[in-house]
Design a protein around this ligand. Structure first.
Ligand code: NAD
Length: 502
């Protein structure tokens, strides 16, 4: 490939003022990580990694072909038996070391996440802490893999259920949490005794490669974790999913790609876990604690500058509290500093790509055309970098495209409602069902609304729902299966029933 700007590591002669400039990206772009070694791809073509804050080239990473993907499956297959036979304690200790190393390197990892993804440093630090926690949690789960022994109702035999590693797992992750979406899959897979091939998003591959080196240091044997990047995810993934040795697909990304992958997985009847898109409603009732609702709104909307599957996409605010909520949100969102993620004073970094900004622009224009009023932001800035300012829209029509699609940016769309029934009906009027937020001082009402809302996760009087110790996942077209909690490791285990008499 040819690109004019040089990699950041090569042109860093004082030209870049931000603190991340000192980060040398070369160690994280050494090739594909297969069988515990950095290997060349079988083609010379590379994938550019672009800094969303400057549009400069950060690095170029290897571009795996179908043949490279087969090599990665060979490596995972070669390591599978020895890994599944390691003791749970041994796997636990290795995962615990991964946790320790991630914490020790959290500053560098956070700067790397911020550099390639664009998110503000505090968000990147939060992501690394969250990502590392999956290693600690699954180190604890590795030694608690369940098993059952029961008596058949006839009394004739015993029912013994053993949980075995499901087999080689293909893991596909998005760009919005380059560290956490990978560790949320790798840690439970390893705890269960599976070997894996990770295919991170091409926009943010450097964090995944940085972590690959760390697993090696922690004692993960060669071939247990393989990492490949590709500009042709369709055929490369199809080759892996079509290989009869692969027994698991775990995907996090958009619902559209998830549907395609489910169709692909159907060909080999592959166990599939899907963490897909969201369209989270954020309900504020008249009796809500206004400050708590505003604090929650800032987290639910502005964490990662809105680039989160759990991001509040539709603010439904009851008529009596509506104007105060709008005034408070405009004040808070208007005070956020927009800039490169690596600048410590930045609260809202750039979006991931120009295409992401185009989408936000389109959704805002559509909402305005249908009667919405812009009370903050709403105009993309000129100049370099994929920026969009914090924006608040009021009087958004339920027919607006942004009521159906993920905005995935710093835009708060506010809809006024009158009755509880109306708010519930609007909340459920979507194909998605990932996360929802409810703010009310009346716990009885909060729990009643929570039970009516079609959503895998509910935050009640809170703006944050994610927790490694809790089952993360969606209903409807937001996904299949759960990650985290006791459920996460079960996705990588298969129950084997043995009928016996004694
Ligand atoms: P995406 O679906 O475009 O890409 C996700 C991954 O799939 C990337 O690695 C990409 O390279 C790969 N991919 C793309 N096309 C493919 C194909 N045909 N075959 C195989 N792999 C393919 O999503 P994205 O833009 O990277 O991420 C944003 C989306 O992810 C949003 O919809 C967001 O809601 C969702 N997401 C969901 C969760 C969750 O836990 N539910 C978490 C984070 C993000």
């Amino acid at each position: 490939m040819s690109a004019t700007p040089m990699p950041r590591a090569a042109n860093a002669e004082g030209a870049i003022a931000d603190p991340a400039a000192s980060l040398d990206c070369r160690p994280f772009s050494k090739g594909l990580y297969i069988d515990g070694r950095w290997q060349k791809a079988s083609q010379a073509h590379t994938i550019p990694v672009i800094d969303p804050a400057t549009e400069d080239l950060l690095a170029e990473v290897a571009d795996a072909t179908v043949d490279d993907a087969r090599r990665a499956v060979d490596a995972a297959a070669g390591a599978a038996r020895a890994w599944r036979l390691t003791s749970p304690r041994q796997r636990s200790e290795i995962l615990r070391t991964c946790y320790r190393l991630m914490i020790e390197r959290s500053d560098m990892l956070a700067r790397l996440v911020s550099l390639e993804n664009g998110k503000a440093l505090p968000d990147a630090r939060g992501e690394i802490a969250y990502a590392a926690e999956f290693f600690r949690w699954n180190a604890e789960e590795a030694v608690r893999i369940p098993g059952e022994l029961g008596r058949a109702p006839s009394g004739g035999n015993r029912i013994l259920v053993d949980y075995e590693p499901i087999g080689i797992a293909v893991l596909i992750t998005p760009w919005n949490f380059p560290a956490a979406m990978a560790t949320r899959k790798i840690a439970p897979a390893l705890a269960a005794g599976c070997t894996v091939i990770l295919k991170p998003a091409s926009e943010t591959p450097l964090t995944a490669y940085a972590l690959a080196g760390l697993y090696e240091e922690a004692g993960v044997p060669p071939g247990v974790v393989n990492v490949i990047t590709t500009s042709t995810p369709g055929p490369v993934t199809a080759a892996m999913l079509g290989d009869p040795r692969v027994r698991k697909l775990s995907f996090t990304g958009s619902t559209g790609v998830g549907r395609q992958l489910l169709a692909e997985a159907a060909k080999t009847v592959l166990s599939s876990s899907m963490e897909l898109g969201g369209n989270a409603p954020f309900l504020v009732f008249d009796d809500a604690d206004l400050d708590a609702a505003l604090d929650g709104a800032m987290v639910a909307k502005m964490r990662n500058a809105g680039e989160a599957c759990t991001a509040a996409n539709r603010f439904y605010v009851q008529a009596g509290i509506h104007d105060d909520f709008v005034a408070g949100l405009v004040g808070r969102m208007g005070a956020l500093k927009v800039g490169p993620g690596s600048d410590p004073s930045t609260a809202c970094g750039p979006m991931i790509t120009a295409k992401a900004v185009d989408k936000i622009d389109r959704l805002v224009a559509d909402a305005v055309a249908r009667g919405a009023k812009v009370v903050l932001g709403g105009r993309r800035p000129e100049g370099k970098g994929f920026y969009y300012p914090p924006t608040v829209l009021i009087d958004v029509s339920p027919d607006a495209e942004m009521a159906r699609e993920e905005i995935f940016g710093p835009v708060a769309a506010i809809y006024r409602f009158e009755t509880q029934e109306q708010a519930i009906a609007w909340s459920n009027d979507t194909e998605y069902g990932l996360a929802s937020y409810i703010f009310t001082r009346d716990l009885k009402r909060g729990l009643a609304v929570a039970s009516e809302i079609e959503s895998g996760m509910i935050a009640l009087n809170r703006g944050l729902v994610s927790d490694p110790a809790a089952p993360f996942g969606g209903v409807k077209q937001s996904g299949l299966g759960r990650e985290g909690g006791a459920h996460g490791v079960l996705e990588f285990l298969e129950a084997k029933y043995i009928a016996t008499s004694f």
